[in-house]
Design a protein around this ligand. Sequence first.
Ligand SMILES: [Zn+2]
Length: 227
Amino acid sequence: MKYVISEMMEELIKLDAMEWGGYAFYHEPLERKFTEEQKKVYIRKANACGEQEAEELLKEYPDTGIKALAEDMGFTVKMPKTPAGGGHVIFAQYVEPKEITVFTDCVEKAEKLIKKEHLTSLLEGIDLTEVLLAHELFHGIEYRKRKEIFTQTEKIQLWKRPFSNRSRILCLSEMAAMAFAKKMTGIHCSPYILDVLLMYAYNEEAAEALYEEILEAAGIREREEEC
Ligand SMILES: [Zn+2]
């Protein structure tokens, strides 16, 4: 084991939206099409999009849990223990047009981990289910607003001839969904940290590899290497 989970969480909590944006673009298939400056503009816009959607909803639904809120909006919220058929680990999902699912097994495992590793104060006020639900709810809102919302309408032209081909930029949705979930739940750090926490509950080595990848993508070198 290279890292202690509490150390990883402490480091990840420090990352800002711009650094998480670097991680989001790290997995973007069209990443090479953008300059660093263009990426920064996209990161700001995607975050602003998610925050704005959250602000509008919070005005309409003050003090409402995400599940009740989503159901009131006409979404179906499912909370089975694990995905049917097993397969690879998945924490939550949205299925068009209106189905939001959080798999409770991963939440239970992560909550046990939080207690066991004394992460309670570090992750204070973070309700994992609420954060996961809020993230998926954003994808549902995106679908409903697909003709107008920034994350869906923003496209880049891949080629012009013989037919114009314009493609969506997938990482914009993810960044906006995280910004939305952060604002909706009022948590103090980026929900992106849950990628590592939830993964760790299943596979410690995979979580460590992900952690290293995040630091690299965020442009942060390991401290040890600097000494
Ligand atoms: Zn997502």
